[in-house]
Design a protein around this ligand. Structure first.
Ligand SMILES: *Cc1c(COP(=O)(O)O)cnc(C)c1O
Length: 371
C-alpha cells in the first residue's frame, strides 16, 4: 500500500465541535463582519498573547503590511529590505509606490545584516523592513540603532515569528510596527488572516481606518483606504486555534529536536539552533546543504524526498530579486550570502503532529544521499 504523502506543512484546526460552538452565536446575531464580537475578542486575546500594546486584525498578512505603509504616509521613498523573504515583502513595498533596496543577510540567522544597512541609506530612504526568517529573529537592537541614527521607520515582517519573545519581550513590540500572517500554513492561523502590532496609538487608529476604506466614521475619511477587514468566521477560527497554539509549539519543538538529533553530525549539513534569549516557535525546519562536503545538492535531496512521497520546500527560492518582475531592476549577485542560502536551503516537513517514524524516514533518506 502506498504510504500517505507527507506534506511540508499541515494546517492546525480545532475539532469541528469546538468551531461549531464558537460560531453558533453568529447565527443568531447575523453580525458576520465589521469588527464584530469575535474580532474584538481575538484582538484582545492576541494583544495579551503577543505581549504588545495594540493589535489591528487584517484579512491577510500581505494587506496588513501594505496598510502599514499607507497609514505611515511614507510617500515615494526608498525602503531597505532583504531579498531573502517571501515575495510578499518586496511586493508590498513596491505596490505602495516605494522602492525596495536590497541588503544582504547574515549567514547564521538568515536575517538582514545590520552592518550592511547603513551603506545603502540615501536621502531618499524612509524605512527599513527587516524580516524574521523561519523563527530566527533579526538583530533588533542593532537595527533600531541604525534607524534612530538616520531617522528611519522600522517595520518588521514578522509573518514567521508568531508568539516569539526576545529577552522576555514580545517580538511584535520592536520597531514602529510588525506584521504577522495568520495564513493556513503558519504556526497560528485564522484560515487567511493577519495583523499589525504597534505601541503607537495614532498608528493603530490610522490602521483601523486604512483597513476599512479609510473611514474613521460614516462621514469622515482621511485616507484613501481599501477593504482588508477580517470577518467573524476567521476570527472565530483564530479564537479556537489560539487555545491550542502553545501545545502545538511544544510539539513542533519536539519535531525540531528529533531532526537536529538525526542531522546535526552529518558533514555538509547545517541545521539551525534556537538563538540565545529567544523563545522560538519552531515555525520551519530549514537545512542548508553544502554539496561539495555533503555529496548531494539541495535539488537532489528534494527529488529523493519526492520519490518517497515527502514534500519539502525550496523556501525561499528563488531570491526575490531573481523573479521575473524584479530581475531587470536588480542583481542577485549583489547579495551573495542570500543567493548562496537560497540556492542550497531546503525546509523539511514541519507541523505539530508529524510522526517520529516519518521524521526518521526523512532523515534516513538524507543519510543515504551523504557521501
Ligand atoms: C506568509 C508570509 C507573508 C504573507 O502573509 P499572507 O497572510 O499570506 O498574506 C509575508 N511575508 C512572509 C515572510 C510570509 O511568510
Amino acid at each position: 500500500m502506498e504510504a500517505q504523502r507527507i506534506k511540508v506543512t499541515r494546517s492546525s484546526m480545532p475539532s469541528i465541535e469546538e468551531y461549531t460552538d464558537e460560531i453558533r452565536a453568529l447565527f443568531s446575531s447575523h453580525m458576520l463582519t465589521n469588527a464584530g464580537v469575535k474580532h474584538q475578542q481575538l484582538e484582545e486575546e492576541l494583544t495579551s498573547f503577543l505581549d504588545v500594546d495594540y493589535v489591528s486584525l487584517f484579512v491577510n498578512g500581505h494587506s496588513a503590511l501594505e496598510a502599514i505603509f499607507e497609514a505611515m504616509e511614507l510617500g515615494r521613498g526608498e525602503v531597505i529590505t532583504t531579498p531573502f523573504s517571501f515575495i510578499s515583502t518586496a511586493n508590498a513595498i513596491a505596490r505602495k509606490g516605494l522602492t525596495p533596496v536590497f541588503a544582504d543577510i547574515d549567514p547564521f540567522s538568515y536575517t538582514l545584516d545590520p552592518n550592511l544597512i547603513e551603506p545603502l541609506i540615501s536621502d531618499k530612504t524612509v524605512a527599513i523592513v527587516p524580516v524574521h526568517v523561519y523563527g530566527n529573529i533579526c538583530d533588533v537592537d542593532a537595527i533600531q540603532a541604525v534607524a534612530e541614527r538616520n531617522g528611519l521607520k522600522v517595520i518588521y515582517d514578522a509573518a514567521h515569528a508568531f508568539g516569539e519573545t526576545w529577552k522576555g519581550r514580545g517580538i511584535g513590540s520592536f520597531g514602529d510596527a510588525s506584521m504577522f500572517s495568520f495564513h493556513a500554513t503558519k504556526v497560528f492561523n485564522t484560515i487567511e488572516g493577519g495583523a499589525v502590532t504597534t505601541s503607537n496609538r495614532d498608528l493603530y487608529s490610522a490602521l483601523n481606518c486604512c483597513r476599512n476604506f479609510g473611514l474613521a466614521g460614516p462621514e469622515d475619511a482621511k485616507y484613501i483606504g481599501g477593504n482588508s477587514k477580517m470577518n467573524e468566521f476567521c476570527a472565530a477560527m483564530g479564537l479556537c486555534n489560539l487555545r491550542h497554539v502553545s501545545r502545538e509549539i511544544s510539539k513542533r519543538k519536539a519535531v525540531a529536536s528529533r531532526y537536529t538529533e538525526r542531522l546535526c553530525d552529518l558533514p555538509g549539513v547545517e541545521v539551525r539552533h534556537p538563538q540565545e534569549g529567544v523563545i522560538s516557535n519552531y515555525a520551519y525546519y530549514p537545512v542548508l546543504f553544502n554539496p561539495d562536503v555533503f555529496g548531494s545538492t539541495r535539488d537532489e535531496v528534494f527529488d529523493a524526498l519526492e520519490k518517497i512521497n515527502v514534500g519539502s520546500r525550496k523556501y525561499f527560492y528563488p531570491l526575490i530579486t531573481d523573479f521575473e518582475c524584479y530581475r531587470d531592476a536588480y542583481s542577485s549577485s549583489e547579495t551573495p550570502v542570500a543567493k548562496h542560502v537560497a540556492d542550497n536551503i531546503l525546509t523539511l516537513p514541519m507541523y505539530a503532529d508529524l510522526a517520529v517514524d516519518d521524521i526518521d524516514r526523512i532523515c534516513d533518506t538524507i543519510h543515504h544521499l551523504a557521501r
